[in-house]
Design a binder for this molecule. Structure first.
Ligand code: CO
Ligand code: CO
Ligand code: CO
Length: 348
């Protein structure tokens, strides 16, 4: 295990990797709300996407997003790095460039030393620096449960916004980070993970999707999202709904942590995976040959996961090569957009 004087993950009750409110619950809470109408709101609440987009001029639209969660690792500095990489990811997923950020912090000042808060924020700052993003402020409250994240604002050209929609039949699907971070974090908490896989999952979660985003900008990409708490299937379900197309996934190609399937088989599955399966399972058809651990991997909630990019079939290999040349080592073609079955994810 990596040495850490405090076990941050022990300070939160039932913490999973970025356990979100199940999408069905959020839909119920927001259903029927009278949302403000504005012609410049290009991407808003009425459709599930990674970030909101607001047009400022014909050349510039603002991309705005907010993400925060309890710690999934014990090292405060690394927690800060992961939270920042995760928050910035939604701007990259929209095809945008992040510019400014604000901290959002809930800190148990009565039970944790303020030095821990400082390390978390230093970790966040180190990733913002790497991304060329400035911290402009934030808000901190005293709260029994530690949470940290950031609100991020970026720019995108209004004609270059990438949403989860506009799938084209024949497009290939590329995933840029390994799956299974939820399972690995569960194994870390259970004391089963080696130092090597612990360091690897932390490094991956703290890796910006910046290179992947900059690389895809030169290719005919039709849609993009980042894989986070709803897992691969949850995010693919958001893409396939109302698309008129289907998705075919080759489960054998899914990039994953080496031990993740073994740990899934042992039942080391975060609670969020069951929620994801419950709410999005109806969009997924598994071939009989796909074993249970691989099915679990498909629903595993990710923290700061990779981009899922759909690109014209003829350019998929070139994009893959460019990603790998840029250091996005895990990038893999995992499937394609198909005509049938409509609005279903077929995992073979
Ligand atoms: Co997202
Ligand atoms: Co998000
Ligand atoms: Co304030």
């Amino acid at each position: 295990m990596i040495e850490s004087p405090i076990r941050l993950t022990q300070t939160v009750k039932g913490a999973g990797c970025a356990a979100k409110l199940p999408p069905g619950d959020l839909d119920r809470a927001l259903c029927g709300l009278d949302l403000p109408v504005d012609d410049n709101l290009l991407v808003g609440l009425e459709r599930a996407d990674d970030a909101g987009v607001y047009r400022v001029s014909d050349e510039i639209a603002l991309v705005q997003t907010l993400d925060f969660f309890p710690p999934m690792v014990d090292d405060p500095y690394q927690f800060g790095r992961i939270a920042a990489a995760n928050a910035l990811s939604d701007v990259y997923a929209m095809g945008g460039t992040p510019k400014t950020a604000m901290n959002i912090v809930a800190f148990p000042a009565k039970t944790l030393d303020l030095a821990i808060l400082r390390q978390i924020i230093e970790g966040g700052l180190s990733v913002l620096r790497e991304a060329g993003v400035v911290l402009v402020g934030g808000h901190t409250i005293d709260d029994p449960e530690l949470k940290y994240g950031l609100s991020v604002t970026g720019y995108v050209h209004p004609a270059k916004i990438l949403t989860k929609k506009r799938l084209r039949i024949g497009d290939r699907l590329i995933l840029t980070k390994p799956l299974g971070s939820g399972i690995v974090c569960t194994a870390i908490k259970a004391g089963l993970a080696t130092d090597d896989v612990t360091e690897l999952v932390i490094a991956n979660m703290a890796t910006l999707n910046r290179v992947a985003a900059e690389t895809m900008a030169d290719f005919p990409v039709s849609a993009c999202t980042d894989i986070t708490g709803f897992g691969l299937m949850g995010h693919l379900a958001e893409m396939v709904v109302d698309s008129g197309c289907g998705l075919r996934i080759d489960s054998a190609t899914l990039p994953h942590y080496p031990e993740a399937l073994e740990w899934a088989a042992m039942g080391l599955i975060p609670a969020g995976a069951y929620n994801n399966k419950k709410f999005r399972g109806k969009f997924v058809t598994f071939a009989e040959s796909v074993g249970q651990p691989r099915r679990d991997l498909c629903f595993d909630p990710q923290t700061s996961g990779g981009l899922l990019i759909t690109v014209a079939a003829g350019e998929a290999d070139s994009l893959l090569l460019a990603l790998k040349a840029g250091g996005v080592a895990a990038a893999t073609i995992i499937g394609e957009v198909v005509a049938e079955p409509r609005e279903i994810i077929l995992v073979e």
